[in-house]
Structure formats: structure tokens, C-alpha cells
Write a protein that binds this ligand. Structure first.
Ligand code: GAP
Length: 479
């Protein structure tokens, strides 16, 4: 089972402290969200798992943390100033603005016939999601980059204009030579980065799926031209597998080959990994949306940021860069611009996919419905909750607190005595804690505790002396 819709997760996330609407006491801020005590742990687990997999478990990747605000010329030569736009159209009746392509993704009953074409085909127009009208302005390109100014200058001083980065990738390209020279790497190798990006999205929404401030996990993998297609396919397969290794069901993931007309200006081929974010929609094709993109960016970026590079037609001169970002191959004695394979995932969409996928319900013997968040152990914000059976018994409370402190250096553990044991179990199930450890009267006699499994509700008696080893083994044995 997984969540029937995103709304179910919005409510759970707020109730249990995963994600709150941002600036709520001032009426909120559209699409901004804050990560609460459990959300920050879950997001950290995502970042750490990705970094471990991408950087530590391989021999060919370095890490980087570049600035959010870069020289404006980076975005001129990357092509973002000119082409990082969405087609914006406005409803003439209520003046709401939407992305034209998003309007056309509405279900069939949201289209109205407005005429007949010369070739006697029907002309249909999407209805305004706000007022149902069908009278739209001509779409115009709207640049998604957030603008700001550096220094104590006037707002309209063009020389002070800068952007908040819309992708982390460019920080990697402009540091290509720095990383190459300081790490003494040879092709193929990659540079990974996790960080915030910003896009002034026309239609943000669906909770943390599309926001104006979000976080990316990107890696640029530099290869010899000619080796790009195979490397691309290997990264597609590896990333597809990685999402399953952190607990997302393969049934809710699919690969989507971007058609030529959807490709970004730099891409030769892009495959998205999509997640079933919208299972409630009638049309199965509309269940899916992007979790991650894996692009073959060719040599576009290194070439475009190089001092005076010329393509075969003599175009794309860059007189502003001070460096040539080409690579000299010692073996073949050839100089060339490496091709780039880019796996680019969103932290926020991964968090949302994990929450949706882990959501399940179970009916108790008394007919009550319980929510259980069956998160992969590695993703669970809290691994173990230590609970005293009687909170008015100082010996039991003391023993439970001592056990929690002893587990603390080993796993993320919490102590909770704010309710009866049934309520405490239900709360931990709902936030995805894999194990509850209960200290009872018998524990004072036999130095043993009850360990309860979140998914099966089975209980096992374990000696306190063996508890840390037992829990570590159970936590890591999950595939
Ligand atoms: N450097 C390539 C790049 O930025 P992208 O497909 O635009 O590619 C990569 O973004 C990932 O970043 C997406 O797959 C998605 O997970 C995440 N992402 C992009 N825009 C987002 C937004 N407005 N809100 C949340 N996540 C977003």
C-alpha cells in the first residue's frame, strides 16, 4: 500500500512534525514549506544516503559546495538568461497566470470546444483552473530566475544584478579545472553537489513537489566524447536502482524518455525517473511526474564557459571567461571538451516519494485504523523509541532513560512517556520508528526488555546487555 494522494501526506506531515506550511502565522507564503523535527531528520537521511552512495562508495567522484549567487556571466553563457523560461499565459477574465503546458495537462473534462479548424478538426481550449473561463492571452516567455542585487547599489543598477542559482550544476562546471587540478583526476570522473536552488515557478504546488526554493542533489560525470552514451545508460540504471535501495517500490517508479521537443537546450538525451505522485487520477498516464532527470549534456557547458571557444560554424564566442575548460589526454596527446552525464535529483521530491510510498494503514482487533509509515530503516527519522510501561514508577523510568542514553551514541533514539503504551506505539508507528523498546516491571528483575517491530507488531524479549548489538543488526539487515 502507499498513500492514496498527496493530501493524506500533507495532513500527516503537519500533524506529526515532518513539514509545516512556512510563515503560517502571517498567512503563509504560497509554496514555501518548513521542515520540522522529523522532516529535517528524513531529509538529512536522504542527503547522507545519496552522498555515501555517490561519493564514498565509488572511486571516481569528488564533492563540492559552490556559491548560490554566482557571477551573472555564468548564467549568460549557460544560456539561462535567454532560455530558462516557461510559457506564461493569462486568463483574460480573472487574470490568473499559468504555464501553458501545465494547463494542457488537465483532464479531458477541463477542455471546451471553441471552434473548428480549416481542416475540420476541433479547436479546444483549456478551462481556467480558477474561474473556468477559456479566454487566454498569447503565451509569452517568463524567465524563472530570481533576481537580486549585490552591494549598496540602486535597485535598477544593471551592473549589480545577480541571480539566485536555478540549478547547482553550473557551480560544478565553472570549478571543473579547480577540481581537476587539485584532485589530479583523469577521465572519467564526477563532481557531486547538494544544495539549494531557486526558481520563480509560475504554478508551484502539490505540497513540496514544486516549490520556488528547493534542494538538488546533482552530479556531473565527465567522460570522453564517444563514451557518453554508455555512461548515460549506466547512470540511468544505477539511479533507478538507488531509489529502490532506499525503500521506494519499483511499482511506483518508471523511466520516461524525454521527447526531442521537451529536451533542455543543452541536452542530447534525457531520461527522467518518474514517481507515481498522483495515484488518485483517473488516467494512469497522469499518475506520474518527475523525481529525477538524467541528462547527457554533451560538451555544451565546458565549451560555453571556455575562453573564446568556437564551434565548427564559429559561433558561441566567449570573450569574458579567463580559462579554457578543455582536457588534455596524456595517453592520446589530444585536447578536447569532455562530455557530461548529469544525474539530478530533488531532495524534496525524494522526501515526498518516501513518505507516500511508506504510508500504510492497518486495522486493529478493535476495528481502529492505524497509520504505519513503513519507511526503510535507513530513512526512518528515529530508529528506536524507549518507552516505560509505567511512568509513575521511578525505577522503571530511570531504567528506560538509562537505556535511551546508552543507545544514543549508536542509533537515533528517543525516550517517551507522554501517554499509555498503546498510544505511544501508535505514535511511533505513524512516524515510522522501526523499533520500540518497552521497559516493564519484569525488566527490573530480569534485566531484559520487550522489543516491538513496527511492521509486524511482533514482540521479542531481549537482554539489556545485548540490546545495542541486537538493534543494530535488525536495523541493517533490511534489504
Ligand atoms: N541541472 C539539471 C536540472 O536542474 P531539473 O530536471 O530541472 O534538472 C532536477 O531538476 C531535479 O530537481 C528535478 O528532477 C526535481 O526533483 C528537482 N526540482 C526541479 N524543480 C523543482 C521545484 N520547483 N521544486 C522542487 N523540486 C524541483
Amino acid at each position: 500500500m502507499s498513500a492514496p494522494n498527496i493530501d493524506t501526506i500533507v495532513s500527516l506531515a503537519k500533524r506529526r512534525g515532518f513539514v509545516y506550511p512556512s510563515s503560517e502565522i502571517y498567512g503563509g507564503l504560497g509554496s514555501a514549506w518548513d521542515y520540522g523535527p522529523l522532516g529535517v531528520e528524513l531529509a538529512n537521511n536522504v542527503r547522507q544516503a545519496w552522498w555515501r552512495w555517490m561519493v564514498y562508495e565509488r572511486d571516481d567522484i569528488e564533492g563540492l559546495d559552490s556559491s548560490i549567487i554566482l557571477n551573472r556571466l555564468v548564467w549568460k553563457y549557460s544560456g539561462h538568461e535567454e532560455t530558462f523560461t516557461d510559457p506564461l499565459t493569462e486568463c483574460r477574465k480573472c487574470h490568473s497566470r499559468f504555464r501553458k503546458d501545465e494547463l494542457h495537462k488537465q483532464p479531458p473534462d477541463r477542455f471546451v470546444r471553441v471552434g473548428v479548424s480549416d481542416t475540420s478538426g476541433l479547436i479546444v481550449s483549456p478551462m481556467c483552473p480558477n474561474c473556468d473561463a477559456t479566454d487566454w492571452t498569447e503565451p509569452r516567455p517568463f524567465n524563472l530566475m530570481f533576481r537580486t542585487h549585490v552591494g549598496a547599489t540602486a535597485e535598477d543598477d544593471a551592473d549589480a544584478l545577480v541571480y539566485l542559482r536555478p540549478e547547482t550544476a553550473q557551480g560544478i562546471f565553472i570549478n571543473f579545472l579547480n577540481v581537476l587540478n587539485t584532485s589530479r583526476r583523469k577521465l572519467p570522473f564526477g563532481v557531486a553537489q547538494i544544495g539549494k536552488s531557486f526558481r520563480n515557478e509560475v504554478t508551484p504546488g502539490n505540497f513540496i513537489f514544486r516549490t520556488r526554493e528547493f534542494e538538488q542533489m546533482e552530479m556531473e560525470y565527465f567522460v570522453r566524447p564517444g563514451e557518453d552514451e554508455q555512461a548515460h545508460q549506466e547512470w540511468i540504471d544505477a539511479c533507478h536502482q538507488w531509489f529502490q535501495s532506499i525503500g521506494i517500490s519499483g511499482d511506483n517508479l518508471r523511466l520516461y524518455e524525454q521527447p526531442k521537443e521537451e529536451l533542455a537546450h543543452y541536452a542530447k538525451r534525457t531520461v527522467d525517473i518518474q514517481y507515481r505522485f498522483f495515484p488518485e487520477r483517473d488516467d494512469e498516464e497522469r499518475h506520474w511526474d518527475e523525481l529525477m532527470g538524467i541528462a547527457n549534456r554533451t560538451d555544451f557547458d565546458l565549451r560555453t564557459h571556455s575562453k573564446k571557444p568556437e564551434d565548427s560554424e564559429g559561433k558561441r564566442l566567449n570573450p569574458d571567461s579567463t580559462e579554457d575548460l578543455s582536457y588534455f589526454d596524456e595517453q592520446t596527446k589530444q585536447r578536447f571538451y569532455p562530455y557530461v552525464i548529469e544525474p539530478a535529483a530533488g531532495v524534496n521530491r525524494t522526501v515526498l516519494a518516501l513518505l507516500m510510498d511508506a504510508y500504510s494503514e492497518k486495522t486493529t482487533d478493535k476495528g481502529e485504523t492505524r497509520v504505519i509509515l513503513k519507511l526503510h530503516h535507513s530513512m526512518a527519522p528515529i530508529k528506536v523509541a524507549v518507552l516505560p510501561l509505567a511512568k509513575n514508577k521511578p525505577e522503571i523510568v530511570g531504567m528506560a532513560k538509562a537505556i535511551k542514553r546508552s543507545l544514543q551514541p549508536v542509533v537515533r533514539a528517543v525516550y517517551d512517556d507522554t501517554g499509555g503504551i498503546g498510544k505511544l506505539y501508535a505514535r511511533q508507528d505513524e512516524i515510522g520508528t522501526p523499533f520500540c523498546v518497552t521497559v516493564d516491571h519484569q525488566s527490573l528483575e530480569d534485566e531484559a526488555v520487550t522489543v516491538r517491530d513496527r511492521d509486524t507488531w511482533e514482540q521479542e524479549r531481549v537482554k539489556v546487555a545485548d540490546l545495542a548489538t541486537y538493534l543494530l543488526q535488525r536495523l541493517t539487515e533490511q534489504a
